[in-house]
Design a protein around this ligand. Sequence first.
Ligand code: ADP
Length: 404
Amino acid sequence: MRIFVLNCGSSSVKYQLIDAETEEALAKGAVERIGMSGASLKQTRHDGDKLHYVGEMLDHTMAIGNVLSVLMSRNHGVISSLDEIDAVGHRVVHGGEQFSQSILLTKEVMDALKDCIDLAPLHNPHNIKGIQAAQRSLPDVPQVCVFDTAFHHKIPRHAFMYAIPYSLYRRYRIRRYGFHGTSHRYVSNMAAELFGKPLKEMRIITIHLGNGSSIAAIKDGHSVDTSMGFTPVEGLVMGTRTGDLDPAIILHVMGQEELTLAQANTLLNKHSGLTGLSGISSDVREIIEEAESGNDRAKMALEVMTYRIKKYIGAYTAAMHGLDCIVFTAGIGENAPLVRKMALDGLAYMSVELDEEKNRIAVGKQMEIQTAGSKVKIYTIPTNEELVIARDTKKIVMEMSAKK
Ligand code: ADP
């Protein structure tokens, strides 16, 4: 079975064509600058063949059409006809309170997705555009939605409610939803396997540090708390997002600077986090380089970011009444030993002890990086959200065929 995995953003489409039996990505790529001048499509095939095409791609339908043509092309392709695609798996950011797991796309599901647009106006409309574009190009192929929020569906009420008037929860569904669920689910399952104990019996903290970052407390097989909340702005310090913030700050700044809602939104999402603190970049590589050459604001940005991670580790250990292991994943979590070291520094009293040498060499690979005496295990595990989407899609499509 071949599964076309799609992750559609406002002006981008990331994709993989995955052989669901071998779990190999036959091809992976991305279209960027959809609807802008100089839209580009880059693809890497499983054998290393690379393609870079620049051309006009006015919307998601054109972009996905181009991707499918490349996947079928004589020189860069991996299939000879669209019939070789058995299913499409979509990453959908927000599933609201309704979706606790991945689901086959039907008209009712599409209506429910549209109903979630007000919860994730920056993401869900683009996910829907991608679904509609895939339906146009592959009308007879089953489509499955895999939600970023689903893994956090069982977070208990005391962790998902905000202390605002209850009527706002009822009226606008304002509560913690959490995101990156597919990644937290994948790495926690891997961690349980490495640890050699059923996931259902473990207490795990998973730390996803990418352009967006979140941390999750996983107990008895599901997420019981996570740092992103009603939106992906809450929690850890990210590339350009604030993370946790006294909410009155934004009211104060809006008043002082006479900001509109849109400007305030941009301030929180695009100009804050590491970018805002350091004045350099959202990229941790550049910040580490600057910090190492003596830039004090870069050093401060790293300190603020890693202190926040440490606070959450303490909080989630308390929330779970203990801790078996910690997992670092995503761009920063997998590749930045300094960030891991700073975040875990001083946690020996909780029996969290990093082995400095193992930590130093754990770059982009799966490793166990605690000392021999550390009771809590510490892992680096490369995440693979596309594989989870392909696995869920395969399972749902096979169940559907079995019912027929
Ligand atoms: P996304 O959230 O877009 O999926 P990634 O998980 O790919 O992002 O993470 C991207 C971030 O990872 C970059 O912005 C950069 O800060 C960080 N990163 C990537 N490689 C390294 C590295 N070798 N050292 C430190 N940070 C890195």
